[in-house]
Design a protein. Structure first.
Length: 424
């Protein structure tokens, strides 16, 4: 259990970091201020601040975020009545604004805020030292920081460094960069995986008997490199069609036609019935044939990523075309359960799972759902067509609908996962 938990945190942490780093890198190149780069959600455990960005690690290892100036997750409003302390620099401008009770500013000036403008004209005013007869105004430095209620210190967000101030092309690339990084990670990890296992699984009808003892396939005389031509009279041409044909023949005597060294042979097997996620499937103890050439292994990251992408897109199409089931989705509980299986298979299992999960995250994030990267890209496309952005209120409303949909879906998926893995 401890090994599974550690693996889960590492795998999820790598995927989230790579995803968010994509947004972070392209935002910085576009001149967008990244106020905070967080790994994890919830209460802050650790933070480190540079001139522009505060890097934080938070308690719950179930995500992360890049907080861009002026972005939908960026809130920096100092409401009237908020008690703060101000540090005024040598240029007579405020360089730090403290709103937290967890820290104090040396030589800070206490003030009760009456109004602020930290985007355009950059000033703050209020009652200084409890004197409610006089409103005092201070100019705020462009690079000033604000210490938030939880003690996190971040830069303020002037208009010129906000997300919406960047060009449409830069904003679109910043939104796409997260999923793009997940695809790149999948390519790299699948390549490493191929070298770890010493070959690349082909997608044709060639097979290899598994190493787990004497299997049904081995007893029947099946050998490494044999190409299965048909299963019980049904022609098969690739691993997917072969798997489906075998799985449907649980506990049924089945005729296999295989080709070996240019000759055709007939083999008889009875696939053993196995329970997989509540379904009975037939197995004979075979895996995909592996190509051990250096060229195949070097190209494997691209080929396996492409094949898995087609599989995932096919599964998504099946769900939206009228065959949707919550069992087709998996939340943190399902991911944790799958991590346990991957961990039991050693380094190769963890690498395969890491690549698969990264590819999943990249594809799901490109779905045109508000609040996901795909939804943001769709809004970019609408802006390009209209030649002007949607109003802030409309965009906020669309995003809130998307967030509500995702929260409800996540709750349903999580409960379904709990029932599937712990109750049923």
């Amino acid at each position: 259990m401890i090994t599974t938990i550690i693996t889960f945190i590492i795998v999820f942490g790598i995927i989230v970091f790579i995803h968010e780093f994509g947004h972070f890198y392209f935002a910085k190149r576009a001149g967008i201020l990244v106020r905070e780069f967080s790994i994890g959600m919830g209460p802050k455990l650790f933070n480190y601040r540079t001139k522009d960005t505060t890097y934080t690690i938070r308690l719950l290892p179930l995500g992360g975020y890049v907080r861009m100036a002026g972005g939908e997750d960026d809130e920096d409003e100092l409401k009237p009545g908020t008690p703060v302390s101000l540090y005024v620099g040598t240029n007579d401008k405020v360089t730090r604004i403290n709103t937290s009770k967890k820290s104090t500013l040396f030589n800070g000036i206490p003030m009760e805020v009456t109004a602020t403008d930290l985007e355009n004209e950059l000033w703050i005013e209020g009652y200084e030292n409890g004197d409610e007869d006089t409103v005092k105004r201070y100019a705020v430095d462009h690079d000033a920081t604000v210490i938030e209620s939880d003690g996190t210190e971040v830069r303020i967000a002037p208009k010129d460094v906000q997300f919406q101030s960047a060009s449409l092309g830069h904003r679109l690339m910043t939104n796409f960069a997260g999923p793009m990084n997940n695809f790149i990670l999948a390519i790299i990890v699948y390549t490493i995986f191929s070298f770890v296992v010493g070959g690349v699984a082909t997608n044709d009808n060639r097979v290899t008997p598994t190493d787990s003892g004497v299997t049904i396939a081995q007893k029947a005389g099946l050998k490494t490199g044999d190409a299965v031509v048909s299963v019980n009279g049904k022609k098969v041409s690739d691993w997917a069609s072969l798997s489906v044909a075998i799985q449907s023949r649980a506990d049924k005597k089945t005729q296999f036609v295989v080709k070996r060294d240019g000759k055709t042979k007939k083999l008889s097997m009875t696939p053993k019935a196995n329970k997989v996620q509540g379904k009975t499937v037939g197995v004979v103890g075979i895996t995909q044939y592996r190509d051990h050439s250096l060229k195949a292994m070097l190209l494997s990251g691209f080929t396996q990523t492409w094949q898995m992408m087609l599989t995932l897109l096919g599964a998504l199409w099946s769900m939206v075309s009228g065959h949707f089931s919550l069992n087709d989705l998996g939340g943190p509980v399902a991911i944790f359960a799958t991590t346990s299986v991957a961990t039991s298979e050693g380094l190769a299992g963890v690498l395969n799972f890491l690549a698969f999960l990264s590819l999943n995250l990249g594809i799901v994030n490109l779905l045109p759902i508000p609040a996901l990267d795909g939804g943001k890209i769709l809004l970019n496309a609408i802006e390009a067509i209209r030649r002007k952005p949607l109003s802030e209120n409309v965009e906020t409303a669309i995003t809130l609908v998307g967030v509500a949909f995702l929260v409800i879906l996540m709750l349903l998926v999580t409960w379904n996962d709990i029932e599937r893995y712990f109750i049923r």
